[in-house]
Ligand binder design. Structure first.
Ligand code: ADP
Ligand code: LRH
Length: 480
């Protein structure tokens, strides 16, 4: 039977990779063509993405990938590049952890109250939602000069093909989309003075997005035509598409730089209760809603490792497993941990301020982070089931965090549910499968998930003991 090859470009906040997926009627194999670090750069005006280095990594990866039937790009959400009338990039894209959005939300809410904004867009409050970024940029010369705004995967797709577009799953993270109509929220944009004509027309996951330009073929040594396919270009949407679940009674946690924990639903939950719980309704494939909460994720650990001079992670996790459980926990949903820098100190301060033992070694700090993440996973899985009235029997963990067995086990313990961990490269697999489906190789969502469940290595973690210590820890956190 025929096997097709797809290149999946998946750009996470900590690394970018170009993976090659080989898809047959009942086979799916993924291999890594190229991986490169994603290192933001702090310049005098603030924190910026090194977009040219990322694009160079994409080209190098496509060269390493060799002959493929199509290419798709996904990346982290919310950020964008601006192009002038000549199509030239205006400055380096601003990083979502940049400080420019501090205090901006209050200004937005003065025009459109937070409750109305949630009812219209279903998006959680996060300071970095594109809507707040654009409001922060409002009076800048750069925005005045801009003719086009392209979200990061759309920008790279545009550089590869020359074709502009705005892919829907990622557009849903701008907070300018109505999750019921799955179209722009014209009213919100108008009231905030955001010019929607900056955005290229919406496209759906699976839509064609052009072919590699002749210069790109030359640069990568590929022979044309090589089509580019719009995938679920928000990395989390691609990852959720690749959750190897059976049926509907599952929760997922996409663990990487962030933990994105929640449910796949048929319709958004726009209640006031849901807003108060800060759940978001991002759009998924096939008319689905990704109802989830953002948790700080392994960012907390990444930043500590950076502060400690990058010690060996395996050794550190082994030592952390020996530290007594739940001695101190911090609120891993707290936006206070969003900015880079001084992470071990900030965690120590949070423990001290809440009257808990202050972690005294990297192993203790690491344990505090993993316990705190597992606790936040528990809260999100519990709250989502309640808010959406959608019970689950299993938690699927996907992404880089599946390589952290301690985190997976603690998550099972905290949730009191079995955890099925894998695939690790879920976003890349979702990316590959949407391309394969666009070319008629796989069927509906259930087919796609069945294929993953049959072909990808998965690890099951059963919950140990009762959830009582986790419930106590949760109550302790809530008191503060
Ligand atoms: P992103 O896509 O956000 O850049 P990834 O999904 O690649 O993130 O996950 C990166 C995280 O995975 C790292 O921060 C690290 O905590 C975890 N990780 C990667 N490799 C290992 C490993 N060998 N053991 C334990 N954890 C790992
Ligand atoms: C994860 C992610 C997440 C967003 C954040 C900005 O990579 O896309 O879903 O909230 O980055």
């Amino acid at each position: 039977a025929e096997i097709k090859s797809y290149a999946a470009v998946d750009l996470g906040a900590s690394s970018g990779r170009v993976m090659v997926g080989r898809v047959g009627p009942d086979s799916l194999e993924l291999s890594e063509a190229h991986r490169f670090p994603n290192r933001p750069v702090r310049v005098p005006e603030g924190l910026r993405w090194d977009i040219l280095a990322l694009y160079a990594g994409v080209l190098e990866g496509l060269r390493a990938a060799g002959k493929v039937d199509s290419v798709g790009i996904d990346s982290w959400a919310v950020d964008y590049g601006l192009l002038d009338a000549d199509g030239a990039l205006l400055g380096n894209p601003v990083h979502y952890r940049d400080a420019r959005t501090e205090g901006v939300a209050e200004k937005v809410w003065a025009s459109v109250p937070a409750a109305e904004l949630y009812a219209a867009t279903g998006l959680q409050y996060a300071p970095f939602n594109t809507l707040y970024q654009l409001t922060a940029a409002r009076l800048t010369r750069q925005l005045a000069q801009a003719e086009r705004l392209l979200l990061i995967p759309d920008l790279l797709t545009h550089w590869l093909t020359g074709e502009p577009g705005t892919e829907l799953t990622n557009a849903s993270t701008t907070q300018l989309v109505d999750p019921r109509t799955r179209d722009w929220s014209y009213d919100v944009a108008a009231r905030l003075g955001i010019d929607l004509s900056l955005f290229a027309p919406l496209r759906q996951p699976g839509d064609p997005a052009g072919v590699l330009r002749p210069e790109v073929l030359e640069e990568t040594g590929l022979t044309g035509p090589v089509p580019v396919t719009a995938v679920a270009s928000h990395d989390t949407a691609s990852a959720v598409a690749a959750v190897p679940a059976v049926g509907e009674r599952f929760a997922y946690i996409c663990t990487g730089t962030w933990s994105l924990a929640g449910l796949e639903l048929d319709a958004p939950v726009l209640t006031e209760e849901s807003r108060a719980a800060n759940f978001t309704n991002e759009l998924g494939i096939d008319g689905t809603v990704r109802y989830l909460r953002n948790i700080m994720g392994l960012w907390l650990l990444q930043e500590c490792l950076r502060a400690w001079g990058e010690p060996d992670l395996g050794g550190l996790l082994r030592d952390a497993a020996e530290v007594p459980a739940l001695r101190s926990v911090v609120d891993a949903g707290d936006a206070a941990f969003l900015a880079p820098g001084r992470m071990p100190e900030r965690i120590a301060e949070a423990c001290r301020a809440s009257g808990q033992p202050v972690p005294a070694s990297p192993a203790e700090t690491t344990r505090c982070i993993l316990d705190s993440l597992a606790l936040a996973h528990r809260r999100a899985v519990e709250d989502a089931q309640h808010l959406a009235d959608h019970p689950v029997d299993v938690v699927h963990v996907v992404g880089g965090g599946t390589r952290n067995a301690l985190l997976c086990q603690l998550t099972a313990d905290a949730c009191g549910l079995p955890v099925v961990a894998g695939p690790t490269e879920a976003a890349a697999l979702g990316n590959v499968l949407i391309q394969a489906r666009a070319h008629g190789l796989v069927g509906d969502r259930a087919d796609l998930r069945g294929l993953l469940a049959r072909t990808q290595p998965l690890t099951r973690y059963e919950p140990r003991g009762t959830t009582a210590p986790w419930r106590t820890a949760q109550a302790r956190l809530a008191e503060r």
